[in-house]
Design a protein around this ligand. Structure first.
Ligand code: SF4
Length: 114
């Protein structure tokens, strides 16, 4: 199994906390309470208190438990925007699966090009 970075498993690095905001958020992005580059939201990741395996189900496996946890997470939007901005390809982030994030990216692209 490839190695994944989960919000709750990644300790905030010196670089992550001291870097200035990188780029302006993508136009049409969901509103975020934190500026780009600020990863302090990870400290409130609800998945830190759960089984990380649930967030990386095997192909065809259930995402229900992970999505249930995400639905009650205070930093869901920040997590989702992070995953979209960093092109996270695997696992559940911000309550969305890989396929759902891909669809959301496509919808945003279409909206921007309309
Ligand atoms: S939204 Fe889900 S994956 Fe993201 S930090 Fe919260 S619980 Fe973890």
């Amino acid at each position: 199994m490839p190695s994944f970075s989960r919000p709750h498993l990644s300790v905030l690095s010196e670089a992550a906390t001291s870097q200035p905001a990188a780029a302006a958020p993508e136009a049409g992005a969901w509103p975020s309470a934190t500026p780009a580059g600020d990863e302090s939201w990870r400290l409130e990741a609800l998945c830190a208190e759960t089984d990380p395996e649930a967030f990386f189900p095997e192909k065809g496996g259930s995402t229900r438990e992970a999505k249930r946890v995400c639905s009650g997470c205070a930093v869901r939007l920040e997590c989702l925007e992070y995953a979209l901005s960093n092109d996270e390809r695997f696992g559940i982030w911000g309550g969305l699966s890989e396929r759902e994030r891909r669809q959301l990216r496509q919808q945003r692209r279409l909206r921007l090009s309309a």
